[in-house]
Design a protein around this ligand. Sequence first.
Ligand code: OFO
Length: 164
Amino acid sequence: MLSENLLQKLNEQVTREFYASNLYLQMSAWCNHNGLNGSAKFLRDHAADEMSHMHKIFAYIQDTGALALIDTIEKPEINFANIQDIFNKTYKHEKMITAKINELVDIALNEKDFSTFNFLQWYVAEQHEEEKLFKSILDKIEIIGLDGRGLFMIDREIGNISIH
Ligand code: OFO
């Protein structure tokens, strides 16, 4: 059974995953609007991925017999300077999510809720992969640059990244 504290924190993570999905979908729309179809596809796929993260937690909460809650989802940012700005923001966002997952793991461990601790290990591994992925995209942008054909090449590269 989940403690009140852990239930509240897990429900907050449901909201965060929803927000991440909406943010990445909005970023995908920006890319699409600016002719960056590879990045648009990548971000659209990633938005679906975030929605699956939400569902996983939502289902877990219900499996424990507790009530999963959907809170207000904040409107995502809509204006971006360029593709580097977008991926700087995704990387920053993922680092924030990692910190939140670590917080959840810490609480589960302190409460000796080993079932939730075990459930969260999937998210620990996932965050490691996501930070690595977004950092690698930023590195590519840094190396190739956005001038001339650079932007075209980067967009193609990003479009070729398959998610899971
Ligand atoms: Fe991007 O991992 Fe969920 O939030």
